[in-house]
Write a protein that binds this ligand. Sequence first.
Ligand code: NDP
Ligand code: MG
Length: 398
Amino acid sequence: MMQPQGRQAVTVMGATGSIGTSTLDVISRHPERYRVHALTAHRSREALFEQCRLYTPDIAVLATEADAAWLRQRLADAGLATQVRAGTQALIDVARDDEATIVMAAIVGAAGLLPTLAAVEAGKRVLLANKEALVMSGALFMEAVTRSGATLLPIDSEHNAIYQCLPIEHRDGLVRHGVSQLLLTASGGPFRGWSAEQIARVTPEQACAHPNWAMGRKISVDSATLMNKGLELIEACWLFDASPEQIQVVVHPQSVIHSMVAYHDGSVIAQMGNPDMRTPIAYGLAWPERIDAGVKPLDLFAVARLDFDVPDEDTFPCLRLAREAMKAGGTAPAILNAANEVAVEAFLEGRLSFTGIGEVVARVLDRQTVASADTLEGILEANRQARHLAQQLLDVKT
Ligand code: NDP
Ligand code: MG
C-alpha cells in the first residue's frame, strides 16, 4: 500500500479504553501524520470491530481465540483486511513489531507490564499511560529504556506536565538542572474533605464519578482512595530519578494546574490546561512539536480561582502506603500494586467496602516479604503472591 511520506505508524494497546479512544481521536485529526498499525483490546470485541472499521489497522488483538474468531468473521463480512490475533504473546509481538514506531501503552494494570516492556525493549517511542507497569518494575523498566534507546514520554497528566516544565535534557539528574522539588497535583477525588465515617459506605458508582476527569473504572477508584496519587508518586520517582522526599503532593481541586517544578532560584513552573487527556496524548505523539488535540482553550476567567491544600493521609491512607512501599524498595511497589488491583476489583464487584481497599493493601504489605526486584521473574512472582494473599484476605472477610 502507498503511504504518504513521513506518516508514522502507531500501535494503540488498550484501544477500547478511555485513553485508547482519546488517542484515536487525536490521531484521527492528523491523517497526514499518523496511521494506525495495530489496535488491542481485552474482551470488547464489538468496540474493537467499530474501531477497525474506522481506522483500518493492519492488526487487531483480543484476549481469547473465540473472540478473535468472532472478529475475523465480522471483518471478513465487512470486507476489511485487518489480521486478528489472540492472547498475551500476540500482544507482546505487536508491541515490538517493526512496522510501528509509536506505541501507546494504555492497558490498565499489571496486564500491561509485558507488552509495555516489549515496546520499550524494541526501542519504540513509548507513550506511557499504563503507570502500573512502571510501578511494578521501576528500575528494570528504566534500565531497558536506557539500553534500547526508547523514547519514553509520560502520558499521565501530572508526569506529562512535569516533563513539560523540565529542561529537555533532565535525565542526567534533577539537581544539576537546579530543580528543588516536583509538585505533584491531586484533585483529591470525589470524596475530598469527607470524614472516615462518610467514606466507609460509598458505592462504586459514587467512587467512579470523578469531579474533573472521565476515566476507566479502576483508575477512578484509585483517584478516590488517593492510591492513584501514590502510584503516581512512585511513577515520578522512576521517570525523573527523584526520591520520594523530592516530591510534594499538592491537592488542587480545580485540576487546571497539572503539576509543577520548583527550582532553586525560587521559580515554580506550572503546566496548565483543561483536564482533557488529549493534551498529554497529543504532546506524546508529536513531541518535540505541538499539534492540535481538539482541546478547548483554557478559560481563566471561568476558572476564576486556584486552590491548594495538603492531602488527608489519615482518611486516605493509600498515598502513605505507596510512599512507604517506594522507600522500602525491591518488590514492595509491585506488592502494593497487586494487592490494590485485587482489592479495587472486589470493591467494584460489591465484595469489599471502600475503606477495605486500604486495609487489604496494608495487610498484604505487612505479610509479604519484600524481595529484590532486579529480575522480571522476581517481580512477576511478587505480583502473583500478593494477589493470592489479597484474595485470601477477601475470602476471610466475605
Ligand atoms: P480503561 O479501563 O478505560 O481501558 C483499559 C484498556 O485496557 C481497554 O482497552 C481494555 O480492553 C484493556 N485491557 C483491560 N484488561 C486487559 C488485559 N488483561 N489484557 C489486555 N488488555 C486489557 O482504562 P483507562 O483508559 O482509564 O486507563 C488505562 C491506563 O492509563 C491505566 O493504567 C491508567 O492508570 C492510565 N491512565 C488513565 C487516565 C485516564 O484519564 N483514563 C489518566 C492517566 C493514566 P477491554 O475494553 O476489552 O476491557
Ligand atoms: Mg494522573
